[in-house]
Ligand binder design. Structure first.
Ligand code: ZN
Length: 232
């Protein structure tokens, strides 16, 4: 097994930053996306534009970018009754979790990613989970990811390393990381060619990118951008 990396690349700001981070550290990088019928599937359509834009934004590192994989997880969407997979209003549930939580999603993502990494001979799996300014999703927690790494390595007899470079960064720090990795060219590419809005709205362009401007994902992205831009 070589030192290559597989990045869980959804087309959002976080996973796009993770992709740049992986290109900076690994000689061979592949990407994977999961289609589970998310309402904001438009994020998947941003992926090609972002990957293509890396040739200009990160010319020295872009040659490291290899194959892209798309996995169909329609059954995950079919069994999930959430505001991410159904036309429902986004709200807090009685237990304090937002109803955008898709139970099991990240666990399933990692299991499929590891199976793919196994076949592709990639040791490192990189993903954008973060518990600094997250929505309380239990499968974004550092302990969840560490437990998953142990389970995958036991279950597949491998030494996968799961990386979550954004785990302890807030959204402003994620923008700063992008600037460190690729300067304003990478920041501009992320602004233009990534998507975070839960409602899939790309009709409005704000200083922080596209989105409805009011859903929790837009709010996080806007606040992070404003705090980053103020210190720029
Ligand atoms: Zn939105």
């Amino acid at each position: 097994m070589d030192d290559g990396a597989l990045v869980l690349f959804s087309g959002g700001q976080d996973s796009a930053t993770c992709l740049a981070w992986a290109l900076d550290r690994h000689a061979r990088v592949e990407t994977v996306a999961f289609d589970y019928g998310q309402r904001h599937r438009i994020e998947l359509a941003c992926r090609d534009g972002f990957r293509a834009g890396l040739k200009t934004a990160l010319p020295a590192l872009a040659p490291r970018l290899g194959e892209d994989h798309a996995l169909d997880l329609a059954s995950l969407g079919a069994l999930s009754d959430t505001a991410l997979t159904r036309d429902a209003e986004i709200r807090m549930r009685d237990d304090g979790l937002p109803n955008t939580f898709v139970p099991g999603r990240n666990l399933i993502f990692f299991a499929f990613a590891a199976a793919l990494a196994y076949r592709r001979g990639l040791r490192h799996i990189v993903a954008g989970m973060c518990e600094t300014d997250y929505s309380g999703y239990p499968d974004c927690r550092d302990d969840t990811i560490k437990a998953m790494q142990v389970a995958l390595n036991l279950g597949m007899e491998r030494r996968f390393v799961l990386h979550t470079p954004l785990m302890w960064r807030d959204k402003a720090a994620t923008w700063r990381l992008a600037e460190t990795l690729g300067g304003s060219a990478l920041v501009d590419l992320i602004l233009e060619q990534t998507h975070s809005c839960y409602l899939g709205d790309r009709s409005r362009r704000h200083p922080w990118g596209y989105g409805c401007g009011t859903c929790p994902a837009c709010e996080l992205r806007r606040n992070g951008w404003e705090s980053y831009a103020a210190g720029r």
